[in-house]
Write a protein that binds this ligand. Structure first.
Ligand SMILES: Cc1cc2nc3c(=O)[nH]c(=O)nc-3n(C[C@H](O)[C@H](O)[C@H](O)COP(=O)(O)OP(=O)(O)OC[C@H]3O[C@@H](n4cnc5c(N)ncnc54)[C@H](O)[C@@H]3O)c2cc1C
Length: 456
């Protein structure tokens, strides 16, 4: 790897976007509201050992861009290590496409530099405003899970700062268990300093995309089964007001085989402040869902679209999380074991009857790739993600009733999206979590971890 380093552009964190300052870092859902005792902002890798060694037990948690929805990136009353200034490209092998970068490098910046050279991130979540460290620590998945697995499957090696051992080099062959613990390890195994990522070759920035409406869950499954062998990316938007009927739009796409013309993604408008809570009510969300369904159901055939609008439609409205008002919102993402349509129907029925619909309803069939990390969330089955405005106990009660269905079906909840699951629900989602505990750095802790495993 060449030794020279290049600093990548810096984007604001979720908390800062919402006007919050040091000590008030938030997650994307803006719930819970958390105060931190201190935020370390190292600019250089060699500053981290002193921070980690000087901390007291359970004092620290690394922080990326705060794009986790709940409290897995928060450490109430304790300290964060904001890693976004550690954002340098350390090397790139043009023959193999292996990128070495610091953990604070964002997907947005990596794409900006490497897409023009014919390389794309191997797996991407629905926003490009995430860091490599955050993507590893949640072992994120994307629309290509059925053929590429999770982001962790494309990490070749990484450097980790641990309070006891100093810098630790981890890969599938060296410190292999620590490597598996760190992928999906929720930032608890130490501060990831850098990682080697296998990028994916592409001809250019364009995606050949097809849309297909469906009017039942069986229709969704048919489309998914028929598409997964032919399309690298598949996902569906679901109208959660339709109840068991479950209509939606299926999106599928492949990277275009030709370079095509240049694409200049534009920075979209920015929501300047939190909207009043009444703006997103049953009536407005239902109307939006109906309009969205009919607008897309009419579209037929293949369209060539830019990667930005295909992968990151939500990024086009910056700070869209402020739409949900001052109280913030919760995302509910579960996975249900394969073919458990009855459980999925029950979830949709309970949501429809609650009157608390979500305009973001995402459904995808995960593939069968083995988990890359000890606590990785994806597993074979159907994953459903929905946003709910935080309306206090009413919202929490609905989510608890959804938990009952997920629990009974043998499913799991995604920690990256969670702010309220019980320790029993966590235990049921990750029954082997105790075998992860020996890999936790004693200086690390998080609000999420204390909530689901008990006070430390
Ligand atoms: C619009 C939107 C769409 C999304 N779509 C998806 C999706 O499709 N699939 C999916 O899987 N997720 C999705 N997410 C969730 C998001 O991808 C993850 O939460 C991601 O981990 C956030 O990265 P981050 O850099 O913001 O990290 P943060 O949210 O700041 O932190 C996440 C975790 O990483 C740890 N961490 C951060 N940096 C380091 C480091 N240097 N060393 C060690 N640990 C570290 C933190 O301690 C924390 O546990 C989405 C989020 C949004 C807002």
């Amino acid at each position: 790897m060449p030794g020279q380093s290049t600093a990548l552009r810096k984007e604001p964190a979720a908390g800062e976007r919402a006007g919050m300052r040091t000590g008030s870092y938030l997650s994307w859902g803006r719930y819970p509201k958390t105060i931190h005792s201190h935020v370390y902002k190292p600019a250089w890798d060699d500053q981290i050992p002193a921070i980690v060694k000087g901390a007291s037990a359970g004092e620290l948690l690394p922080y990326g861009m705060g794009r986790s929805y709940g409290d897995s990136c928060l450490n109430a009353q304790r300290a964060l290590v904001d890693c976004r200034r550690l954002n340098r490209i350390l090397g790139f092998d043009e023959a193999t496409g292996v990128l070495r970068c610091e953990s604070g490098a964002s997907f947005a910046a990596i794409i900006e530099v490497f897409l023009p050279k014919g390389w794309f991130v191997p797996v991407t979540p629905g926003t490009k405003f995430v860091t490599v460290g955050g993507a590893i620590a949640n072992d994120v998945h994307g629309k290509n899970h059925h053929c590429a697995g999770t982001f962790g499957a494309h990490v070749r090696q990484l450097g980790l700062h641990r309070s006891g051992e100093g810098p630790v080099f981890c890969s599938p062959s060296e410190n292999a268990e620590m490597f598996r613990a760190t992928i999906g390890g929720l930032g608890l195994t130490g501060v990831i300093a850098w990682a080697d990522i296998q990028l994916r070759p592409v001809a250019g920035p364009w995606i050949d995309c097809e849309l297909a409406p469906f009017e039942s869950l069986a229709g969704f499954l048919d489309l998914s089964g028929e598409s997964d062998g032919r399309f690298e990316y598949t996902v569906a938007w679901l109208d959660c007001f339709a109840g068991k009927k479950a209509r939606g739009i299926f999106f599928r796409g492949n990277h275009a085989a030709e370079a095509g013309g240049k694409l200049r993604p534009k920075l979209g408008p920015k929501l300047p402040f939190a909207l009043p809570a009444w703006v997103l009510n049953r009536g407005t969300v239902k109307a939006f869902n109906t309009a969205y369904y009919y607008a897309h159901a009419a579209k037929r055939g293949t369209t060539r679209v830019g990667y930005d609008s295909f992968f990151y439609p939500l990024d086009s409205l910056r700070q869209w999380n402020l739409l949900y008002g001052k109280q913030g919102f919760l995302q509910y993402q579960c996975v249900l074991p394969s073919a458990n349509l009855a459980a999925l129907e029950e979830l949709l029925d309970r949501i429809a009857h609650s009157g608390m619909g979500s305009f973001l309803g995402v459904l995808k069939q995960f593939g069968t790739a083995p988990a890359a990390g000890m606590l990785s969330f994806p597993r074979p089955g159907l994953t459903l993600a929905l946003d709910f405005a935080m309306r206090g106990e009413r919202t929490l009660e609905l989510l608890r009733s959804l938990d009952d269905v997920v629990w009974q079906s043998g499913g799991a909840l995604y920690p990256a999206k969670d702010a309220r699951m019980s320790s029993a629900m966590f235990e049921s989602s990750f029954p082997r979590w105790r075998s992860f505990v020996p890999y936790i750095d004693p200086k690390m802790s998080s609000s999420f971890w204390r909530r689901v495993t008990g006070p430390q």
